[in-house]
Write a protein that binds this ligand. Structure first.
Ligand code: KG4
Ligand code: ZN
Length: 340
């Protein structure tokens, strides 16, 4: 089954063709990140405009690279939730137009399910059930993937997402958007991860939930106090210490959830799963506890359409198609399905 997939939930306009959920025939992407960097974060109106301008070209490239015409496809898939509503609507309406004109079935895909599916593209042996840490700019979840289309939320953030915390802390340190990448770079380039000690907030009676806003505030306070006293801090050390704290919090709760739930296979997904310390700590802990760990290559951690095409195949196997009245949704839990 060859599926053309479209992704436009945030600041990447992407299209891909994926065969049977596992084989990427083509994947093409236009990133708007340079433009949003000027404003320190994603500007929703600009994102929607750029998607509108780029979606046709990006889709044509994906079809060309796969040497396929629309008529040779089996279905059209699109990220329909969650994300920036104006940005999602561009992809959803474009996909609906294609599905109608080419008379192909339409498959709506949940963006976070797509992030998880990125692991299917890089790990041919990976099959549910497994436990997944999904950490992106907008979400931080520990999810049990019971089956390809069946999910159980084990833990989630109560305030900021992990990526959001990275971006806000980096911004306070004067680094450009997306700050997670900068903090990772400073850590790898020798920032001292043990230079500062930051809080590790816990949520009462919810051992697998996260709370990152206090940690982010602690970084901002440290920087402000130093500024008021006229002291110069080594921001690489602050960045590395912050990165160390977030990576340990994520890893510790993920492994604790796996042990409590009897999971033996663990996956990482989402933009923050590109983080070097998170990968290092998760690898070490999984080895210690005899758990198998998967994470996607860097190119599949951040937003792309191939991961959407992968998940779409499994949605199609379950008959999860949509009619042309499909609407985009800014927020939607991962365990909820689209209306048929
Ligand atoms: O999954 P993603 O590309 O988009 C969303 O669905 O949100 O995630 C983007 C987030 C941003 O907050 C970015 O700073 C973070 O992922 N990120 C990283 C790294 N690469 C991207 N955070 C930490 N370390 C990285 N290497
Ligand atoms: Zn994403």
């Amino acid at each position: 089954m060859k599926i053309l997939s479209i992704e436009s939930s945030c600041d990447e306009t992407a299209a891909a063709v994926v065969e049977d959920g596992r084989k990427v025939l083509s994947s093409f992407l236009y990133t708007q990140v340079e433009e949003h960097r000027l404003y320190g974060g994603v500007v929703p109106e600009i994102a929607s405009r750029r998607h509108t301008e780029q979606v046709v070209r990006v889709t044509e490239r994906a079809l060309q690279e796969a040497s396929l015409s629309l008529s040779e496809l089996d279905a059209i898939a699109v990220t329909a939730a969650p994300g920036l509503i104006g940005a999602l609507l561009v992809g959803v309406n474009f996909a609906k137009g294609l599905a109608l004109s080419a008379n192909k079935p339409l498959i709506p895909v949940h963006h976070l399910r797509g992030h998880i599916a990125a692991n299917y593209l890089s790990h041919p042996e990976l099959k549910p059930p497994f436990l997944c840490l999904v950490v992106s700019g907008g979400h931080s979840h520990i999810v049990r993937v019971k089956d390809y289309t069946q999910f159980e939320i084990i833990g989630k953030t109560r305030d900021d997402a992990a990526g959001e915390a990275f971006d806000k802390a980096a911004r306070a340190m004067g680094y450009p958007y997306p700050g997670g990448v900068e903090i990772d770079r400073l850590t790898r380039q020798g920032g001292d991860r043990f230079a500062y000690s930051f809080p590790r907030p816990r949520v009462e009676n919810a051992p697998y939930d996260f709370s990152f806003s206090g940690l982010k505030t602690a970084v901002i306070n440290l920087l402000h106090h130093a500024e008021q006293k006229g002291e110069t801090l080594n921001t690489a050390d602050v960045a590395a210490s912050f990165n160390h704290t977030v990576a340990e919090i994520l890893t510790d709760r993920l492994i604790a959830a796996a042990i409590a739930g009897g999971d033996t296979v663990i996956a990482l997904a989402g933009g923050v799963s590109a983080n070097s310390l998170l990968r290092e700590y998760a690898s070490k802990k999984c080895e210690q506890h005899g758990l198998t760990l998967c994470f996607p290559p860097l190119s599949l951690c951040s937003d792309n359409a191939a991961m959407i095409g992968s998940q779409a195949y499994y949605e199609a196997q379950k008959g999860n198609f949509a009619s042309l009245s499909l609407n985009a949704c800014a927020s939607m839990p991962i365990d909820q399905s689209f209306e048929r």
